[in-house]
Write a protein that binds this ligand. Structure first.
Ligand code: ADP
Ligand code: MG
Length: 265
């Protein structure tokens, strides 16, 4: 509808769109909330996922551009027919922030909110020690952790290839897409975890870092002193875990076959 006329949205939707656009700018479109045309073509997570044809993808890629979202008051307009917004890469984080604010406003001083890959720790545990948040082993069923990070009052969000995918022709197609190629992002990463104050930021950034790859992400992290990250890659027969300096001492390795490195920004 928004390509025909400016459509009214709730103030929450407008706020969320603004945060999404902010991160799209900062990540030079690695995170882009207008990926909807590409997401729809693949249908990953839906009932009929498929590999799109090249010409379809080309057309869809051309429609992806966050600069075409026009917000005016509480209305949203998209410049071109066929464009669409998909907030799947940030909405869960935003929801977690709203739950956090709600609990805090009711005086909750200690809680763990887990929306699946999106965790917010309020305060510390009852015994005053930090919350320990597991970092999923990308190759094993849910619940198997490579290690954990100890936090108080922080959001911990992970984006990984193992979250949602389908298999065709012996290949695995996951749900984090490169707005440039229109295909599942191939950056050598298995997962990216972002530790931040606001979960919406962590959600957008974990998706963006995954698309950008560790080198570009490390470069961007120089401008984001309050953001910490954990990058997991596969290295022959072990996992290589890179942890930014600010949380290096708060990371505990559980999988002793994996190797942990301190990441300087
Ligand atoms: P999860 O949903 O597993 O927590 P993410 O936060 O990484 O994972 O979000 C993935 C979702 O975000 C996809 O299902 C899709 O809706 C959307 N998405 C995919 N690629 C991008 C991208 N490059 N920029 C913004 N959103 C994306
Ligand atoms: Mg995300």
């Amino acid at each position: 509808q928004a390509v025909k006329k400016a459509v009214p949205v709730s103030s929450e939707t407008r706020q969320l769109l603004e945060i999404a656009i902010q991160w799209a700018k900062a990540t030079h479109g690695a995170f882009d909330p207008t990926v909807a045309p590409i997401v729809q073509l693949w249908g990953i997570g839906g009932e009929h996922p498929r590999i799109p044809a090249d010409n379809e993808l080309k057309k869809a890629i051309g429609l992806v551009d966050y600069r075409d979202i026009k917000i005016s008051g509480d209305t949203v307009f998209l410049r071109r027919t066929g464009q669409g917004v998909d907030l799947g890469g940030i909405a869960k984080g935003y929801a977690a922030d709203r739950v956090t604010a709600f609990l805090r406003s009711h005086g909750v001083a200690s809680a763990l909110i887990d929306l699946g890959g999106n965790v917010v720790a309020i305060g510390s545990k009852k015994d005053k020690t930090p919350w320990n948040i597991g970092i999923q082993n990308p190759g094993l069923p849910r619940g198997n952790a490579l290690g954990f990070v100890s936090v108080t009052d922080r959001s911990v969000v992970t984006s990984g290839t193992y979250e949602r995918f389908f298999e065709a022709n012996g290949r695995r197609y996951h749900h984090i897409l490169s707005p440039q190629t229109g295909a599942p992002a191939v950056s050598g990463l298995e997962s990216v975890t972002v530790v931040s104050e606001r979960s919406a930021d962590g959600d957008a950034l974990s998706t963006a870092f995954f698309v950008m790859g560790i080198q570009n992400a490390t470069e961007l992290l120089k401008d984001l002193p309050d953001i910490e990250a954990i990058f997991v890659r596969r290295e022959k027969d072990r996992y290589r875990i890179e942890v930014t300096e600010g949380i290096y001492d708060r990371f505990t390795l559980l999988d002793k076959t994996a190797a942990v490195f301190r990441l300087k920004r």
